[in-house]
Design a protein around this ligand. Sequence first.
Ligand code: ATP
Ligand code: MG
Length: 419
Amino acid sequence: MKASSYPLFTQKNDPSDAEIVSHKLMLKAGLVRQQSTGQYSFLPIGYRVLKKIENIIRDEMDSIGAAEILMPSVQPSELWQESGRWGTYGLELLRLNDRHDREYCLGPTFEEVITDLVRKDLNSYKQLPLNMYQISTKFRDEIRPRFGIMRAREFIMKDAYSFHINEKCLDNWYQNYKDAYNNIFKRLQLDYTMVDADSGNIGGSKSNEFHVLAEAGEDDLLIDEKGIGINFEIAKAKYESNDIEKIVNENNLIHKKGIEVGHIFKLGDKYSKSMGLSIADADLNVNHLQMGCYGIGVSRIIAAAIEQNYDEKGIIWPKSISPFQIALVEIDGHKNESVRSFSNEIYQAMKKNSVEIILDDRNAKLGNKLHDWELMGVPNIAIIGKKEAENNIVTFKKRSGSEKESLSADQLISKLDTD
Ligand code: ATP
Ligand code: MG
């Protein structure tokens, strides 16, 4: 990628309408733009980060044996009537009618659709367990959309669903998903914790949430030193306030703010019963299937990652989700042929080695260019001016440090490899 022909949308001034750091930086660094309340377009840099996050999630879902699918975002009301949620889900469900006056909603979650899908195609218990997931747009008409993509109305979620012949199998898979979630949040290099949670609108018997720990979080967590704990909302529903105090003191729990980035549920037979999804087992006993569902707020993770990783200059991406690995910045390449051709040489060498690089060949001042890359949070920066071109080297610096090094092309490649 060359910056002269790549749409970058960095802004000089602080946006006036952003209350939290991640929202401000996402606007300033040109990651997203608001279309209307709670709806955002992802611009190239933001979209690259989103894709990185998606691919880590895909990789971990695939490795436990869940298969990717894609379901329609507009869902017929009949399915929601069957599950009983058409009447109970409330105003978050955006309802619409087609030209034949049939009722639909924009999918906020997909339990009904996937239960319908499986009941039409399942012939034998031998096909079980089934594990499927999608990464797609969800719509919830949130009462208070805020903080940019953190609490949006339209957002990207990964939702997985599992179907089992009995509870034991559901328990095993619930654990598999837990393990996969731990791998995902570790690979995303986030400081996170898992807590006992409430199953809310989705229903079911057991649920756990995954939270990125940050002051901007909307959830109150009580956690122990190992990072295990409970969502305060649950504690309040389950225990008297005196008892909560006792539990907090006995277990040395501390209060932290969390951003909910994942939520997994044992649904049991809630949907299989209401929607008639059952199958005969090996002993010819007919059972309603046991189900689980497993969500991750893919777009919310971008904001959560920024809340944990920034300084006064801008975003500092964890390596695993940075939009580019390195920005190669020319000094006056438009005026200096040797700078331009050496920059191109380095750029091609990096690309050959699968380094994700952007060459900043814009006709702009060095200071402005560096300012942009620091704002956008790219972790490595290499500079090429007259002196560097003459000596066949680049001046290398890390986003987070001030130390500069002179490196050859080979040295630069191995530096990025071992990073
Ligand atoms: P919240 O408590 O934040 O409203 P939820 O419990 O309603 O979320 P789930 O139904 O568990 O959300 O959805 C799975 C995941 O989708 C959540 O863990 C969260 O990361 C993400 N998510 C939910 N609502 C939004 C939203 N309005 N904007 C962005 N991400 C969201
Ligand atoms: Mg939740």
